[in-house]
Design a protein around this ligand. Structure first.
Ligand SMILES: [Zn+2]
Ligand SMILES: [Zn+2]
Length: 378
């Protein structure tokens, strides 16, 4: 395979400054990084190529050899990526090269501290209507973003991090334990391989700063409490140029004053006078799409459920739309005038006289059972 020109690979010209080569490399490496392009073989090749180009162009000696003799100038003893020895371990390669970037060319191979940023969770309260119909919400998320002042390096502009003296920039130290030599994370640099002696004032050397990001989230119709929407790459920035984490928007549907939701079905209670329940009639009931008329048959008992098909929720994961279940509840009349009380007494007498309690079958059978119960006891 014939190799592309390294300057071309990074999209820079031959007289580009080291700093700008670095910048170009960082941009390209981020673009083709496998974490951002999972399963994309072409991006993987590009990523390798970009790393290889930078490995050469960031090293004064190799760069000089390459400038004079081209690819042939690197064939012996170039090592590393120049030899094309790619072992498939992306994060190590990524880390090493990024370590070089932020280490400012302090020399030597160092372990990386490039890490993916943390995932974030955002709890989003929605009204029932918003959850059922879907909505676009603007949310403010406190997060960590790369520091502008130091370009994420943590070092004061114009300065750079120095290789850690304790571990010689390796991030690991060897400890002798009996016969064994054990590798441990360097206590001085905590494995980062470098120390920042002149930290950036804006981020105090962290390379990342807190910022409240405003994001627009599209909520699909039919979501319910517990559903999560993932916004890829909107989590915290990674450390030292690592990829950002994801943001998970956790949905919580608030209580509704009228409707109660159970999955795809909605419930609602509608009060009804005992006269309407006895005689039957038309009842106006609410749905999410507006009011509808419900015919209640004569002799309707309290607690009866009426099903309005298709007036429930269309679930976000598909499937049929649910129903609205209307429970009618008979309301006992209150604040009665003496005239009204008289009428009710009259009504009571009329229903009891010689009727053999046929107007209250439930009551009759209940008291029959009670009578039986006490008779069995004696
Ligand atoms: Zn900074
Ligand atoms: Zn160290």
């Amino acid at each position: 395979m014939s190799k592309r020109d390294y300057y071309e690979v990074l999209g820079v010209s031959r007289d580009t400054s080291d700093r700008d080569i670095k910048k170009a490399y960082r941009r390209m490496a981020m673009k083709f990084h496998p974490d951002r392009n999972p399963g994309d073989a072409e991006a993987e090749d590009k990523f390798k190529e970009v790393n290889e180009a930078y490995e050469v162009l960031s090293d004064a000696q190799k760069k000089a050899a390459y400038d004079q003799y081209g690819h042939a100038g690197l064939e012996q003893g170039a090592g590393g990526f120049g030899g094309g020895g790619f072992d498939g371990s992306f994060s190590d390669i990524f880390g090493d090269v990024f370590g070089d970037i932020f280490g400012g060319g302090g020399g030597g191979r160092r372990r990386s501290s490039v890490q993916r940023g943390a995932d974030l969770r955002y709890n989003l309260d929605l009204s029932l209507e918003e959850a059922v119909r879907g909505v676009e919400k603007s949310i403010k998320v406190p997060t960590l973003v790369p520091c502008d002042t130091c370009d994420g390096s943590g070092a004061k502009p114009g300065t750079s991090a120095k290789a850690c003296g304790t571990c010689g920039g390796h991030g690991q130290v060897r400890m002798q334990q009996g016969f064994f030599s054990v590798q441990q994370t360097c206590p001085t640099c905590r494995g980062e391989g470098k120390v920042i002696s002149d930290p950036c004032g804006s981020c105090r050397g962290h390379g990342r700063v807190e910022k409240v990001k405003t994001l627009s989230v599209k909520i699909p119709p039919g979501v319910d409490t517990g559903d999560r929407i993932r916004l890829s790459g909107e989590g915290e920035a990674g450390s030292h140029g690592g990829p950002a984490g994801d943001l998970y928007v956790q949905v919580n549907v608030q209580q509704h004053p009228i409707f109660e939701r159970d999955g795809r079905n909605l419930y609602c209670e509608v009060p009804i006078s005992f006269v309407d329940a006895a005689l039957g009639g038309e009842l106006e009931v609410p749905t999410l799409d507006g009011r509808v008329k419900l015919r209640v048959p004569a002799e309707t008992q309290t607690g009866k459920l009426f099903r309005l098909r298709g007036k429930g929720v269309s679930p976000v994961r598909g499937g049929p739309t649910g129903d609205l279940l209307v429970r009618v509840v008979i309301e006992t009349p209150v604040h009665l005038t003496s005239r009204q009380k008289e009428l009710l007494k009259e009504f009571q007498q009329a229903t009891e006289e010689g009727s053999d309690h046929k107007h209250s079958p439930k009551k009759t059978s209940f008291f029959d059972s009670v009578k039986q119960f006490f008779e069995d006891m004696t």
